[in-house]
Ligand binder design. Structure first.
Ligand SMILES: Nc1ncnc2c1ncn2[C@@H]1O[C@H](COP(=O)(O)OP(=O)(O)OP(=O)(O)O)[C@@H](O)[C@H]1O
Ligand SMILES: [Mg+2]
Length: 257
């Protein structure tokens, strides 16, 4: 059985005034160590799908299994980095990045040191005692990423983790995160709007269509691109070929609307 299975997931949001069908018949599975990206127009349900996989949101239909069990965000096996509002403003950066460890009873000098080291590796120096409001958007995003990785989750759910970063920092972080995940054979799902990011980081790309959100097409990333770090992948010929293919597909989805 696969490490992650998403079976016939549907989701409708109900408010007092209307019902919004966000997801329809989503099914796919992932093996351990696989890296999958979710790509698709704004509002196609990417965040909704990630929240369902994390166990934070119960789907109105279908089911998700991680390692054979229903997802439970409190279990240390899931690391979820939300699209926004990810740091607690009244806690310092150090307290924020150790929060997951604390909640999961894994906070000790060793795990704390590891988290602080990662903060350093990710380019945040001397911010430990500062509060989120003292940092730029990109710096906060990096701190949130450290917090997500600190608990050593088996599966990582990343909702546009690099979107607020300048291009150079983004490319560097892609390489760093890619190397970290590969080293520890982590399974990861990345939500992004960036076709290049999806191609250079993933094994597979799921393209979603909107209204209602559904699986439109699946792209396998060629082996040659998967073997090299994201920065290098961006300069390969097969990268450009796949980029154009996905671009055209996204355009056709836009025209459908
Ligand atoms: N809490 C909510 N209540 C009602 N409708 C919601 C809620 N959250 C999302 N939706 C609706 O569900 C659909 C999917 O939203 P979702 O946030 O999952 O999209 P997304 O693909 O992550 O978009 P983006 O790329 O802009 O982040 C949208 O039509 C949105 O308006
Ligand atoms: Mg979203």
């Amino acid at each position: 059985m696969s490490f992650l299975t998403v079976k016939s997931v549907n989701h409708t949001y109900f408010t007092t005034k209307q019902a919004t069908k966000a997801l329809e018949a989503i099914s796919f599975s992932m093996e351990q160590g696989e890296f999958v990206s979710l790509l698709g127009p704004s509002g196609c349900g990417k965040t909704t799908l990630l929240s369902i996989i994390s166990g934070l949101l119960q789907p109105t239909g279908g089911e998700v299994r991680i390692d054979g069990k229903a997802p439970d965000l409190r279990a240390s096996s899931i690391g979820y980095m939300l699209q926004q509002d990810y740091l607690f403003p009244w806690k310092t950066i150090e307290e924020n990045i150790c929060l997951g460890l604390k909640m999961k009873n894994q906070l000790n000098p060793e795990t704390k040191q590891k988290a602080l080291q990662f903060l350093h590796d990710i380019g945040l120096h001397g911010v430990e005692k500062q509060f989120p409001r003292q940092l730029s958007g990109g710096m906060r995003q990096r701190a949130a990423l450290v917090r997500t990785l600190a608990v050593d989750p088996k599966i990582l759910l990343l909702d546009e983790p690099f979107s607020a970063l300048d291009f150079q920092t983004k490319l560097k972080l892609e390489d760093l995160v890619f190397a970290t995940l590969k080293q520890f054979k982590k399974t990861a799902i990345l939500v992004t709007h960036d076709i290049g990011e999806a191609i250079s980081m993933s094994d597979r790309i799921l393209l979603l269509a909107a209204k209602p959100g559904r699986l439109h097409k699946v792209f396998e990333v060629p082996e040659k691109l998967r073997m090299v770090r994201p920065f290098e992948a961006r300069s390969k010929e097969s990268y450009t070929v796949l980029f154009n293919e996905i671009w055209k597909e996204l355009e056709s989805l836009e025209n459908e609307r």
